[in-house]
Write a protein that binds this ligand. Structure first.
Ligand code: IPE
Ligand code: IPE
Ligand code: MG
Length: 237
């Protein structure tokens, strides 16, 4: 088990249930993201991905989007010393160029500050969509082709086929192993456009708690459940 990916879900419903504004759920949700990453790091995992903002989440009310961005901008910065202490390297997955400039700068700063940390990677998936990821990769091939037409090296044109391995390298997070386990909280059993290519052989867990109810113990339970799975990758047992 190298890589666990979490589809964080249920922040809003958790807050509602307590008669609180959705924003409060995101606030607690952010803290849980930290706790979960810390636990993954303690367990010696290589990567902990957190799906925090999808390409479809732009359809939410602007105030909620602003609150989410504010949480990331302010907290990630404030918590950088913690990530350093926990030896966590932060990376992002998704098109961050659509974010406000100050948020992009803060994200770049934390990625840069933590880049030499050797423990768990926190892969923050923001403005991420599985389809957008694939299309982004396809467009990279096209750009390479254009360079080829102007005489540059490294083109795919003229070759019969692009291989799966080559395509894989063009996706976001190409240097990370694919998720072994994908956990979605809040009881919803769907993928919501997450890592469509990368999940080809992932195991899935759909758990009841809302994301703000996540604990280190829950992470341990997920890991224990994963260990009982028999992965076959198309082979026989
Ligand atoms: C997950 O919680 C956080 C994000 C998708 C940003 P939600 O905000 O989706 O919470 P619910 O699903 O409405 O309860
Ligand atoms: C999935 O949660 C996306 C993220 C966790 C970022 P959503 O709450 O946006 O998913 P749907 O709309 O219920 O499918
Ligand atoms: Mg949701």
């Amino acid at each position: 088990l190298k890589h666990i990916a979490f589809i964080m879900d249920g922040n809003g419903r958790w807050a509602r249930r307590r008669g609180l504004p959705r924003y409060f759920g995101h606030k607690v949700g952010y803290d849980k993201m930290k706790a979960v990453t810390k636990r993954c790091s303690e367990l010696g995992l290589e990567v902990c991905s957190i799906y925090a903002f999808s390409t479809e989440n732009w359809s939410r009310p602007q105030e909620e989007i602003d609150e989410l961005f504010r949480l990331i901008r302010e907290n990630m910065h404030k918590d950088t010393p913690l990530f350093m202490e926990w030896n966590i390297r932060v990376v992002t997955m998704g098109d961050v160029t659509r974010f406000p400039k100050d948020l992009q700068d803060k994200l770049a700063e934390i990625v840069e500050t933590t880049k030499n940390n050797t423990g768990c990677v926190l892969n923050l998936c923001i403005n991420y969509g599985g389809r957008a990821d694939i299309i982004h990769a396809v467009n990279k091939i096209r750009e390479t082709d254009e360079r080829f037409l102007s005489g540059a090296k490294g083109s795919y044109r003229g070759r019969a086929d692009i291989t799966e391995q080559e395509f894989d390298k063009l996706l976001y997070g190409a240097d990370l192993p694919p998720p072994d386990l994908i956990v979605r909280t809040s009881g919803e059993q769907r993928v919501s456009n997450f890592m469509l290519w990368q999940m080809a052989y992932s195991e899935f867990l759909f758990i009841k708690p809302y994301w703000p109810q996540m604990t280190a113990k829950q992470v341990d339970k997920c890991v224990a459940a994963f260990k009982k799975r028999k992965r076959r990758f198309g082979k026989i047992g």
